[in-house]
Write a protein that binds this ligand. Structure first.
Ligand code: AP5
Length: 184
């Protein structure tokens, strides 16, 4: 977990290669649904474009279904989920029902100026492929993160699962720190 632009997606994709387990990114799944113009995608588009969170029920449903796929049997990396306390509670219940557990929650941190710069750089590099990557919406996403998602740091610290990693370091160093924190 971590704020927009901190490197969650970048690191999750590297860990997929290194650990041989899939990345479950709720953001990527929702963007896929938007691209395919499914009912869920149409409902999510406007919410994501303004930087708000899609409803807990929708994302909890996405994750629950995805966790049942055979490729998740050896393990999985959740990227961008949970993002609210109700999502974290739902995840806890869901994992218990499925006989699964979290090994760790990795919080990646970075200074606010760096986050804004990284999102702007990505928007430049991708030609604005993500509608939520403009400066105004990126600021809103950061506000939403601070209000609704940051409380999960204390939530998972209280459960003894939290590992904090410095996301200001170069990509390879962040990966090494995550693998070290996971004991992998
Ligand atoms: P989501 O897709 O999860 O986006 P986000 O959290 O805003 O995060 P980003 O993708 O912007 O950043 P990232 O941390 O993955 O950074 P990245 O690796 O790309 O969510 C989008 C929207 O979907 C939400 O706003 C919401 O509407 C909806 N949604 C998703 N999940 C939801 C949920 N659970 N509940 C409700 N709604 C949900 O890196 C960014 C850039 O920085 C890249 O260019 C990268 O190359 C660069 N970079 C990365 N690491 C480094 C480094 N160490 N040094 C230098 N550059 C770096």
């Amino acid at each position: 977990m971590g704020p927009p632009g901190v490197g969650k997606g970048t690191q999750a994709k590297i860990l997929v290669e290194k650990l041989g387990i899939p990345q479950l990114s709720t953001g990527d799944i929702l963007r896929g649904a938007i691209a395919q113009k499914t009912a869920m995608g149409l409902a999510a588009k406007e919410i994501m474009d303004r930087g708000d969170l899609v409803s807990d029920d929708i994302v909890v449903g996405i994750v629950s279904e995805r966790l049942d796929a055979p490729d998740c049997k050896p393990g999985f990396i959740l990227d961008g989920f949970p993002r609210t306390v109700p999502q974290a509670d739902a995840l806890g219940k869901m994992l218990e029902q499925k006989g699964l557990r979290l090994d760790a929650v990795v919080a990646i941190t970075a200074e606010e100026g760096t986050l804004v710069a990284r999102v702007a750089k990505r928007a430049n590099e991708t030609g604005g492929a993500r509608a939520d990557d403009n400066a105004e919406v990126a600021r809103k996403r950061l506000e939403v993160y601070r209000e609704l998602t940051e409380p999960l740091i204390a939530y998972y610290k209280g459960k003894g699962l939290l590992k904090t990693v410095d996301g200001m370091a170069p990509v390879d160093d962040v990966t090494a720190a995550i693998l070290h924190a996971l004991g992998a």
